[in-house]
Design a protein around this ligand. Sequence first.
Ligand code: BGC
Length: 326
Amino acid sequence: MNKRKYLYGAAILVFLASFIGMLIYGYKTFYIEKELAASKEYRYHFALIAEETDNEYWRLIEEGARKEAAKQNVYLEYVAPQRADNDELLKLFDRMIAAKVDGIIVQGIEGRRFVDLVHKATERSIPVVTVDTDVKSSERKAYVGTDNHHAGELAGKSILENTEGEQFVGIVTGRFDAINQQERIAGLKHILEGNPRIQIVGVKESGITEIGATQATYSLLKEYPQITALVGTSALDGIGMVEGLEEIAPDKDVYITAFDLIPETLDAIEEGKIQATIAQFPEEMGKESVTSLLQLQEKDLLDNLIYTETGIIDKENLPALREGQP
Ligand code: BGC
């Protein structure tokens, strides 16, 4: 009798174990199939290659691109070097071409290798759209982003119109080897150079980090103590410059022009620490580049220079901008 009980018990245990196993593994199989089925439903696979992974500005481009991709049933892959690095970015670009994605959105990089990679992608029928920074000499199908020369001119205008008397200008720029930074500086010089009351005294690099901008400001002010105006040409330069100024010359009256609408910069405008910033619309860039790549799946674009808005934001028009924000 006991032996039979024991056998029944063992049988029930075996049954329970296989039942539980079936639930777990059966679910897993089902789950994987469901995932595969879902990925098969995407219409296209696009890659967005950013300047660096966790940069606030690039995350906004990603956000805009992701929202549009989700609406259009496109799978969007966001890749970037950990820290801004042209070589790394070019490697990622090559890898995305090898992965045979349906389209690539990428920051334009200076030099032959970028042009060659765009050519390689084009030969394999992968359309390339440059975002944020253009390389006009490449076979990219479109550029989506700010007119960077014009944006630099706006920064120059903001200094011209809001300062009086002799001005000594120091520039903090993101990276010397970034085309958009070079174009912004060229635009700035176009407006300021030749004006008898204004002199550009020096340019230093921030490496597109806040701490880098603080250090750049520090050394600019040490080298050129006569500075009366500072311009930052990338997103974190403004707040970095404020830090630098507070450290080295807190009582000095310096007219500061920043770039971009990151919240810290807008707060600094409200507090009177930054006088103006040049607006860019990175979310719009993300959205428009996905839209362009989608259109490019059918045919080439007639209008391939898609400039997003720019403008000067200061204490006066900041409230209106904030109200416009969700
Ligand atoms: C530029 C980007 C850059 C970012 C850095 C922006 O103003 O358009 O190219 O990556 O600043 O934070």
